[in-house]
Design a protein around this ligand. Structure first.
Ligand code: ADP
Ligand code: MG
Ligand code: ZN
Length: 479
């Protein structure tokens, strides 16, 4: 039997505003701040404390909704989602249910099969829960995270492979970082992914029963867990069994999903409108203001880089991963001498510079090579001032010391020699020392040229301009 996997992703992203969603407590780094140091009666769920909506959090959410081309609902409603858990002091989470902030968006992803549009079902605002730490048979509660603004972004079940799901996740993360609403840190749980996975017989229209996998804190885990679920479910159905709808965890070490609980339904939460908050009404003027302030997003940027600079799809997609990388590239291009192609700058940057950065564990803004300096280096290579081998050596030194390319070339005597009189002299000497080879070239053995070229370069200690050497050799040998 042939199966088709069906996947929908739910993404929770903290809106990294200064204060929490419904109170003025500071949003702190959960791994650094002392436990319960950013807590007040509102986020600690004291009876009678009243929530107030954080305007900035709504603005951040609007950025995301508009970047995903959603319809923003003019009125959205906060609701209480009731359940008990020790990290939820109120006994309910304020979320949006029937009337979310935004609906019907889309995200274009790129996989090995090309571009594909994934529909976004809804984007809504809610509040995060606290955090539990289990130690020595006890559980500790930290409410620093309780009440932090959380955006939930839910896709339609439009994804059909682990690769596509990962591409969707990566692309969404990139967009959130471009919008400056979320750091994209998966390890710290600032952004969290849950995968809903089902399989169905190829050609079937109806969706199969799904499982939902939580605790995926890397894209590798996301991809592996989905692959695992597709296989596991396929086997069960193949054997005539049925899938149980449940919530699963992911065991990274064992590479397996495991059952956490049977899936709860919406009615289990007894949703009802939050009586302490009025409906959230968003005026057109606000939407327009936010839309106008959106930055150029990764896909648009990638298309522009391809068009404007003649880059390949692959190079462009690597350059737009981070806004600062793309900015660095464009600053480098501006510093290039006009005759040098931007492709040459992209090559040095994505090749040698990136490998130096990776080795040193530095980001593009942390390392010492300024875009102007990289542009100068690309210029020196393209204009034949230094050759490729020297360029690598120069870049390593630039990376270590922050000195300019020209300075290093000068200090190390790496300048390529293009002087015709000098090269002509070397060629004359070489031909005089190798009369037999010169003669056999003249009698038609064209292959000897490479040998003679090598001899001249050797005399020049590798610094002679290869184009000038070849021209000079040809000139003399055909005289
Ligand atoms: P919840 O998980 O909160 O009950 P939804 O019903 O809104 O919420 O579904 C959540 C996610 O599950 C969505 O991303 C949706 O696309 C996906 N999904 C729903 N049904 C299936 C299915 N049969 N197979 C795969 N994904 C599904
Ligand atoms: Mg769900
Ligand atoms: Zn608070």
């Amino acid at each position: 039997m042939e199966f088709e996997p069906v996947i929908g992703l739910e993404v929770h992203a903290e809106m990294q505003t200064r204060s929490k969603m419904f109170c003025s407590c500071e949003v702190v780094d959960n791994t650094a701040a002392p436990p319960n140091s950013a807590v007040c009666p509102v986020c600690a769920g004291m009876p009678g404390a009243l929530p107030v909506v954080n305007e900035r959090a709504v603005e951040f959410a609007l950025r995301v909704a508009l970047a995903l081309e959603c319809e923003v609902q003019r009125t959205s409603i906060f609701a209480r989602k009731n359940y008990f858990y020790p990290d939820l002091p109120k006994g309910y989470q304020i979320s949006q249910y029937e009337q979310p902030l935004a609906v019907n968006g889309k995200l274009v992803i790129r996989t090995s099969e090309g571009e594909e549009t994934i529909r976004v079902r809804r984007v809504h605002l809610e509040e995060d829960t606290g955090k539990l730490t289990h130690v020595d048979g006890a559980s500790l509660v930290d409410l620093n995270r309780a009440g932090v603004a959380l955006l939930e972004i839910v896709s339609e079940p439009d994804l059909h492979s682990a690769e596509a799901a990962k591409a969707y996740g990566e692309s969404l993360r990139e967009i959130l970082r471009y919008l400056a609403v979320n750091s994209g840190d998966m390890e710290k749980g600032i952004i969290r992914f849950e995968a809903n996975v089902s399989v169905r017989k190829k050609g079937d229209k109806e969706l199969g029963i799904r499982t939902e996998v939580k605790n995926l804190n890397s894209f590798r885990a996301l991809e592996r867990a989905i692959e695992y679920e597709i296989k596991r479910q396929g086997k069960i159905i193949e054997a005539g069994g049925t899938i149980e709808q449940e919530t699963l965890g992911w065991n990274e070490a064992r590479g397996e999903t495991y059952s956490q609980r049977s899936k709860e339904d919406a009615h289990d939460y007894r949703y009802f409108p939050e009586p302490d908050l009025p409906p959230l009404v968003i005026e057109d003027a606000w939407i327009n203001r936010v839309r106008d302030s959106l930055p150029e997003l990764p896909r648009e940027k990638s298309l522009r880089l391809i068009k404007q600079y003649g880059l390949t799809n692959y190079d462009a997609s690597r350059l737009v991963v981070e806004q600062e990388i793309a900015d660095y590239f464009e600053a480098t291009v501006r510093a290039l001498p006009s005759a040098v192609s931007p492709k040459a700058a992209a090559n040095i940057m994505l090749g040698d510079l990136f490998s130096l950065m990776n080795q040193a564990g530095l980001t593009v803004s942390q390392q010492k090579v300024r875009p102007e300096a990289l542009g100068e280096l690309a210029g020196l290579v393209s204009e034949g001032e230094i050759n490729q081998t020297s360029a690598k050596e120069v870049l390593i030194e630039m990376f270590a010391s922050g000195r300019s390319a020209a300075e290093i070339v000068e200090a190390r005597g790496l300048k390529q020699v293009s002087d015709e009189a000098f090269i002509s002299d070397l060629v004359r000497q070489t031909l005089a020392e190798n009369p037999n080879e010169a003669a056999s070239y003249k009698s038609g053995k064209a292959g000897v040229m490479n040998f003679l070229f090598g001899q001249v370069m050797k005399k020049a200690a590798g610094r002679a301009n290869p184009a000038v050497v070849r021209a000079e050799l040809e000139k003399r040998l055909t005289q």
